[in-house]
Design a protein around this ligand. Sequence first.
Ligand code: ZN
Length: 160
Amino acid sequence: MDDLFLGRLDPNAHPFYQEIATLRVSAHFLIRRQGALTQYVPTDCRAWHAGVSRWQKRTHCNDFSLGIELEGDEKTPFETVQYYQLARLIRTLQRRYPAITDQRIVSHQQIAPQRKWDPGPGFDWHVFYAILAQASPCNQWPLVWQCPTRQREKEETKQS
Ligand SMILES: [Zn+2]
């Protein structure tokens, strides 16, 4: 998966890679079937996961959202461990970004209907909300928050 963002992904390695390679997504996070969490983009940076999108009258959702992808095919039910990891990740993110309330958790399908179908019927929102209600932040994850580009820009404006 890490290869995707270096532009040398072998799309034949895994069916999921094929899908993500054609979509050219780069979400902030990916949660695999076994629950492993990978971060691809610092959270203060913009990632390219939503595409043409709209949420509550605002377009270009990449500008103001964090993207989390779940490994899956939009038909097979997601693994329980993926819900637990997703819930813990969201609680961890909410500590730094309190504006991301539970009501502001939406699917790619909701912000780009007709175009995106994930997470699809394999994702059980009732299970998700039940697990989220019990979840607490995880201190062990070495999440990367700061965007190196934005940091540099900030320093440059300070100097000039
Ligand atoms: Zn997605």
